[in-house]
Design a protein around this ligand. Structure first.
Ligand SMILES: Cc1cc2nc3c(=O)[nH]c(=O)nc-3n(C[C@H](O)[C@H](O)[C@H](O)COP(=O)(O)OP(=O)(O)OC[C@H]3O[C@@H](n4cnc5c(N)ncnc54)[C@H](O)[C@@H]3O)c2cc1C
Length: 369
């Protein structure tokens, strides 16, 4: 059987996974990437201070999917980092998600597991919200009550989305982890960690295969007629923005972006955890101190402050009814193209979903089964 010629558009995690799986099964793959580096939003690099920073915000790998974890292990060893987040509320740094210590320290009292459970149940019982929840605010209050919603969620969400939480869909809240015990890990997945030498190195290793070629600084839409020439490629794997591929035929899909401000600080440690959320103070939402995640040693430390913004590189899909409707219209076209076996749409932009990294890999594995 002759090798198929495949074009992969985008060298982020979705594109790199697809390229590697295709190359592993004997296909010839050409990857084009409009940025000057691989890795998409997982891209990281080491600074002069000797600390690896994530240029598009902090990324922690966590999954319960053994096949996804094993796939990643082929390209990098992982450190055994478990993520912890604190939230700056009423002048204290409190564990987040809310757990027994959060509640005890917020009220300055000692409570046992049962006390915390009944406190939370009472809080919810004396709060008013619509059931089933009609929006983000209802969804959170139905789980933690109004008091904790106001302290930890309301202002953070306003900053993150620049919108009143009552106008946001209940879906964004999902199930909020609340713990009556002292578990202060942000994620509880079976497998967690960061690639030992960073995400860029891991993704470069995925792309390192004799049947894969890569071109950077190459935007598919600037030479589309060239890439679409009949007979040039047998299969296209698209990982860019879904609406762009169809010339926005059903309207623009919205994204929320983030402006990242990086700071090198001349001290060994700045804060006691990798991430501190600032729900009620300042314009930024959170500060990341990368050292805690990468476990690198340096006399200096590297920070990243996040300012949510309407403009910039697409970061988060905006899941309101309008965008969900548009997405469906585009995905109907995608299904037709995929059934013909000529194209695959994978990743958070091409599928217009909020995907964690493991879900991106799983989606590619599933479509290339
Ligand atoms: C602030 C932030 C923090 C996150 N933290 C975590 C976390 O802790 N854990 C986790 O699991 N996930 C996290 N995520 C999600 C994670 O970033 C994504 O799951 C992952 O990056 C998606 O990979 P992708 O390849 O689908 O998309 P991308 O990373 O966006 O890659 C797409 C690539 O395609 C390229 N491209 C687009 N259009 C074209 C074109 N026309 N021509 C050529 N190239 C093109 C882009 O330049 C880009 O390199 C986070 C996301 C954000 C925004």
């Amino acid at each position: 059987m002759s090798m198929r010629k495949c074009l992969v558009i985008g060298a982020g995690l979705a594109g790199a996974t697809a390229a590697r799986l295709l190359a592993d099964r004997g296909e010839k793959v050409h990857v084009i990437e409009k940025r000057e580096h691989p890795g998409g939003n997982c891209y990281d690099e080491k600074t002069n201070a000797g600390v690896t920073v994530h240029k598009y915000g902090p990324h922690i790998f966590h999954t319960n999917m053994t096949d996804v974890w094993q796939f990643c292990q082929r390209f990098s060893r992982f450190n055994l980092y478990q993520h912890r987040v604190l939230s700056y509320v009423d002048g204290q740094l409190l564990p987040f998600p809310i757990n027994r210590d959060t509640v005890c320290r917020l009220f300055g009292v000692e409570m046992g597991i049962r006390d915390v459970e009944s406190f939370l149940a009472d809080e919810v019982a004396r709060s008013s919200y619509r059931e089933p929840p009609e929006n983000f605010k209802d969804a959170v209050i139905s789980q933690v009550g109004t008091y904790l919603y106001d302290k930890f969620f309301h202002n953070y969400t306003r900053k993150q989305w620049s919108a009143d939480p009552e106008t946001l869909s209940a879906e964004i809240a999902g199930r909020i982890p609340i713990r009556s015990n002292r578990d202060d890990r942000y994620f509880t997945d079976l497998y967690q960690g960061l690639p030992e030498h960073g995400y860029t190195a891991m993704i470069e290793s995925m792309l390192d295969h004799p049947s894969i070629t890569i071109e950077f600084n190459t935007d598919y839409f600037l030479a589309r007629s060239e890439f679409d020439k009949p007979g040039k490629y047998d299969l296209k794997v698209y990982t860019g923005e879904l609406d762009k591929f169809f010339d926005e035929a059903y309207g623009r899909l919205e994204y929320r972006s983030v402006k990242f401000e990086f700071r090198t600080v001349d001290q060994e440690v700045f804060q006691p955890a990798a991430v501190v959320n600032y729900p009620n103070d300042y314009d930024f939402t959170r500060i990341t101190e990368f050292k805690h995640m990468t476990m690198e040693k340096s006399k200096k430390t590297e920070l990243c402050l996040e300012y949510p913004s309407a403009q910039g590189i697409p970061s988060y899909v905006v899941l309101n009814q309008e965008n969900i409707g548009k997405r469906q219209a585009y995905l109907d076209h995608v299904n037709d193209l995929e059934e013909q076996g000529k194209a695959l749409f994978v990743g958070r932009l091409a599928e217009y979903r909020y995907y964690n990294m493991d879900q991106v890999i799983a989606s590619v594995m599933n479509k290339l089964k």
